[in-house]
Design a protein around this ligand. Structure first.
Ligand code: SF4
Length: 252
């Protein structure tokens, strides 16, 4: 964990910061850190499998000052803060917020769909992000079908990953392996990037119209069956693309 808290008072933040949720501690969101997770409202994507759709469109918002107050009190007890969403990089006040967290002594992680490489670059340039996780959702020609037209064909995502690979910052590319992503399509994705330091395959967990998890049918997985891959199938997919991404791991 981080050492002592700083004596800073609550930092100013730009207007327009929309916080829709706060998880007070998490041992799984920020590798190697016990972190709080801040969920920002709004997203430029509409992924059909989104688990957080309740915070995408006009959710009730938390008082930003109260969130900062909580985080200031926990500085020194938590290692870091994960900035998630929604899409965190859409927040006009993200830079100031991250700077305030660094002043409190936190390590900062940003979860992003990768559509705003310039925002990520600005955070990295000033040492305001210690870890960045970017979702790589599909081959680019499938993006709008899976994530809606706001995804603009996955514009920015590969630029974000190239930029992160060239930086000294810890990062990961995450692929949620939905049934439409066949082995061939996953290979296409893996080959479209340089060899990354972390390339993670995540299990797809289907949700219903309300964004709630729903039961999974038994049977063969993948595109033909339209049901999620099993952890064993995901491990087999990881082996199949290891030639292109030797650092691939599975999170199931
Ligand atoms: S990018 Fe993330 S938050 Fe946005 S719709 Fe897709 S899964 Fe949901």
């Amino acid at each position: 964990m981080k050492g002592s808290n700083t004596s800073s008072t609550i930092v100013p933040f730009e207007k327009g910061l929309k916080i829709a949720g706060l998880q007070k501690n998490s041992a799984v969101d920020f590798p190697g850190c016990l972190s709080a997770v801040v969920f920002f409202a709004g997203c430029n994507y509409r992924c059909y499998y989104c688990h957080n759709r309740h915070i995408i469109d006009s959710p009730p918002l938390l008082d930003t000052g109260a969130v900062l107050e909580f985080l200031e009190k926990r500085a020194g007890l938590l290692d870091g803060v994960t900035l998630s969403g929604g899409e965190a990089t859409l927040q006009g006040g993200l830079y100031s917020f991250a700077r305030g967290l660094k002043a409190m002594g936190y390590r900062v992680k940003v979860d992003s769909n990768g559509s705003r490489p310039d925002t990520l670059r600005a955070l990295l340039a000033d040492g305001l992000a210690d870890f960045v996780a970017v979702d790589y959702k599909a081959p680019l020609h499938m993006y709008d079908g899976i994530c809606g037209s706001g995804a603009m064909g996955g514009a920015g995502v590969r630029e974000s990953l190239y930029m992160l690979e060239g930086s000294g910052v810890e990062y990961e590319a995450r692929v949620t392996v939905i049934p439409q992503i066949t082995e061939r399509k996953l290979a296409e994705m893996a080959e479209s990037l340089p060899r990354l330091r972390r390339f993670v395959l995540q299990l797809y967990r289907p949700v219903n119209e309300e964004g709630e998890l729903r039961a999974v049918d038994a049977g063969a997985g993948g595109a033909a069956a339209g049901r999620p891959y099993t952890p064993a199938e995901l491990r087999a997919l990881a082996l199949a693309i290891r030639y292109a991404q030797p650092n691939v791991t599975v999170r199931a």
